[in-house]
Design a protein around this ligand. Structure first.
Ligand SMILES: CC(C)(COP(=O)(O)OP(=O)(O)OC[C@H]1O[C@@H](n2cnc3c(N)ncnc32)[C@H](O)[C@@H]1OP(=O)(O)O)[C@@H](O)C(=O)NCCC(=O)NCCS
Length: 216
């Protein structure tokens, strides 16, 4: 994994009196606050980075069909502009207030979001394990992208999030997702009967786990 830490300055307007000698002319200037962005290389032409406000259009484009909805639990359908705003704002707020990023946009070379890989509910520093989730826009399926994206995220999580165990739940019929996990070393730890309910239907879940020690 190539992990590039890009540091930049975030401007915030504060009164000049807080930052300048008292005898200087009263004017406003922009003190600087340090922010850190992670950019993780997945493969040529695909990388991970933080979610941004500009991702709204791609979310609406990719999630307008049922392709991703059918095999996930927490993505609404139909997917509205309000859903995209809510999710983007939640991720940006998380990034601004936590020490570590836990949700990444999967991006093609031009920067367009084509999917997401995350441990959305993980609070850095509070637990030794995290549950991961992921989705990829349908036009990009079947090219090995998610296998590589999950691999990059797993290496990041074990290196940066102080976890020793990662888990994932997969609908029993979602063979592609099960393969993504197995190809990254996750072990099937059990079948959780009727564990999920979606659109009124009870669905068995495959429960996968990977220990840090098992990472090859
Ligand atoms: C499931 C999903 C993540 C797979 O992503 P992907 O980039 O297409 O997967 P990959 O190309 O890396 O393929 C990984 C393996 O799964 C297999 N696979 C992928 N889709 C498959 C399918 N529909 N049926 C059977 N096998 C499939 C591939 O052949 C490959 O296995 P192999 O190397 O042994 O041949 C993607 O289809 C997706 O986002 N689906 C909707 C959301 C979702 O299900 N998220 C996961 C929730 S747990």
């Amino acid at each position: 994994m190539s992990l590039i830490r890009k540091t930049w300055m975030l401007d915030t307007m504060l009164p000049a009196r807080l930052t300048q000698p008292l005898d200087s002319p009263p004017k406003f200037r922009k003190p600087l606050r340090m922010m850190t962005e992670f950019r993780i290389n997945v493969r040529d032409g695909v990388y991970l980075s933080s979610v941004q406000p500009g991702d709204k259009a791609a979310l609406l484009e990719h999630l307008r069909t049922r392709d991703v909805y059918e095999t996930t639990l927490n993505i609404p359908h139909p997917y509205s502009a309000g859903d995209a705003d809510w999710w983007i704002n939640k991720r940006i707020e998380h990034t601004a207030t936590r020490s570590k990023e836990v949700t990444f946009a999967i991006r093609e070379a031009g920067g367009k979001l084509i999917g997401v890989v995350s441990a959305d509910n993980f609070e850095p520093g509070t637990a030794h394990q995290a549950e991961i989730g992921y989705w990829l826009a349908q036009p990009y399926w079947g090219q090995g992208i998610m296998t590589d994206a999950v691999g990059a995220f797993v290496r990041y999580a074990f290196a940066e999030l102080q976890v020793v165990r990662l888990t994932a739940h997969v609908f029993d019929f979602n063979i592609g997702s099960a393969r993504v996990l197995e190809k990254n070393g996750f072990k099937l730890e059990g079948i959780l009967r009727q564990h999920c309910r979606k659109d009124g239907k009870l669905i068995d879940a495959r429960f996968y786990g990977l220990l840090k020690d098992e990472l090859s």
